[in-house]
Design a protein around this ligand. Structure first.
Ligand code: HAM
Length: 414
């Protein structure tokens, strides 16, 4: 019997894995520029945390969460997203009292039992950023601008940012009734799950994946109260000032319950229906509702798997610069020593098996992606030289004195 990975779970192999590393490195660079510091939160939390924050009327909590009872009889869940854990940590660790900005970023695996398809996995990687404690539209514009900058840094082009405002509890009070009337009248076009959600969370029904788009387009629109309207206008003004390209999409509703005011998504047309590379928004009431201080917040998360898919042409294997070959028994130790010298000098170097034939080692060198093969045999040892052969351009083999080898190689490899 062969064992297989589970459906929706996958192995990330080189060179794709190197793309993930590159994206993560680009993100760390951008976060440092914007004053975001790293937070590492647990993978498993109490189930209740996600029910209370992500929301018990969301697909994520209702249908997709990996939740189970552990050996101690505790109801736990494997995190489907990072925001609830960050908020819990913010409250539990009294982070509002540090006197510093509550700007945190995280990178890690998230788990949702969604129906797997291209760009949608049951285990996926998110890079996320949360800015907690700043109610002003300057924080909104900074957060969205930083996301766009990160995507640019990672090398993607042609993405479009969409923004909307979902207002606050005040604006939603009267809207709720209007929307309820509309949804009740159109409940036949909703899926069963969303139909059952109408009364509990009418806004959530607008995210219906079955007939959602048509329904949302015709739905009565939320009228923002004066402060929310001002906040949205200022956010747009600041995005323009920072040169961030975006468009307003009044139909943008997000799939999580905690959002207030600004919401946004960055989309691409090249990933089929799974088109959101990143999404986020403001959650001004969440920290308080979870038992913390009044701390309005904004944040986003980016799907690294989707971003890597967009950048797949740029995937480069982490190939070594040099491949060392021992062409005779007596040269093996010297070849092993040469590997050490190369690495100490900052030249990445690899080998296969010095005990195999020259031909077999050459074959491995060709497959390794290395720029040069360095061959040591009887003659080379005797004369303190090394045979150097370029592998990609297939130029003639040259003999280089050992004393000049490092300088030569550094000239030859990028
Ligand atoms: P989200 O929209 O659920 O937001 O997820 C953010 C991003 O994660 C999506 O745009 C997508 O790129 C990626 N993603 C989500 N599900 C999958 C999946 N099954 N397979 C691959 N990629 C996926 C959040 O998670 C919020 N925590 C964002 C946020 C932070 N809002 C405020 N702060």
């Amino acid at each position: 019997m062969t064992l297989h990975s589970l459906r929706g779970f996958r192995d990330l192999l080189p060179p794709e894995s190197s793309l993930f590393t590159r994206i993560e490195a680009a993100a760390r660079g951008v976060f440092a520029l914007y004053g975001y510091r790293e937070i590492r939160i647990p993978t498993i939390e109490s189930r209740e945390l996600f029910v209370k924050s992500t929301g018990d009327t969301t697909d994520i909590v209702e249908k997709e969460m990996y939740a189970f009872t552990d050996q101690g009889g505790r109801e736990v869940a494997v995190r489907p997203e990072g925001t609830p854990g960050v908020v819990r940590a913010y409250i539990e660790q009294n982070l509002s009292q540090t006197g510093r900005n509550g700007k945190y970023y995280y990178m890690g695996n998230m788990f949702r039992a969604e129906r797997p398809q291209a760009g949608r996995y049951r285990e996926f990687t998110q890079i996320g950023a949360e800015c907690i404690g700043n109610p002003s539209p300057f924080a909104d514009a900074e957060s969205i601008g930083m996301l766009v900058k990160l995507l640019e840094k990672a090398g993607v082009r042609g993405l479009s940012a969409e923004v909307n405002s979902l207002g606050c509890a005040e604006c939603r009070k009267s809207y709720r009734e209007t929307l309820l009337d509309y949804l009740r009248a159109n409940s036949a076009s909703l899926c069963e799950v969303c139909r059952n959600r109408i009364e509990r969370n009418p806004l959530r029904a607008l995210d219906c994946k079955i007939d959602g788009p048509a329904l949302v387009e015709k739905a009565p629109k939320l009228v923002l109260c004066a402060p929310c309207s001002e906040h949205f206008a200022k956010t747009q003004e600041l995005l323009k000032v920072s040169g961030v390209e975006f468009k307003v999409n009044l139909n943008l509703v997000r799939g999580l319950d905690y959002y207030t005011r600004t919401v946004f998504e960055v989309k691409t047309s090249s990933l089929g229906s799974q088109d959101a590379v990143a999404g986020g928004g403001r959650y001004d009431d969440l920290v308080k509702s979870m038992g913390g201080p009044q701390a309005p917040a904004i944040g986003w998360a980016m799907g690294v798997d989707r971003l890597a898919a967009l950048l797949k042409d740029q995937a480069r294997a982490d190939d070594p610069a040099a491949f060392v070959i021992a062409a005779s028994d007596g040269a093996r130790n010297a070849a092993f020593g040469l590997l050490g010298e190369l690495r100490a000098a900052g030249v990445s170097a690899d080998f296969s098996n010095f005990e195999l034939s020259l031909k077999s080692q050459m074959r491995s060198a060709d497959k390794s992606g290395a720029a040069v093969a360095l061959i040591l045999g009887e003659d080379e040892i005797k004369n303190a030289t090394c045979a150097v052969k370029t592998l990609k351009e297939k130029t003639e083999q040259r003999t280089v004195p050992m004393t000049e080898l490092l300088t030569e190689i550094k000239k030859m490899v990028p």
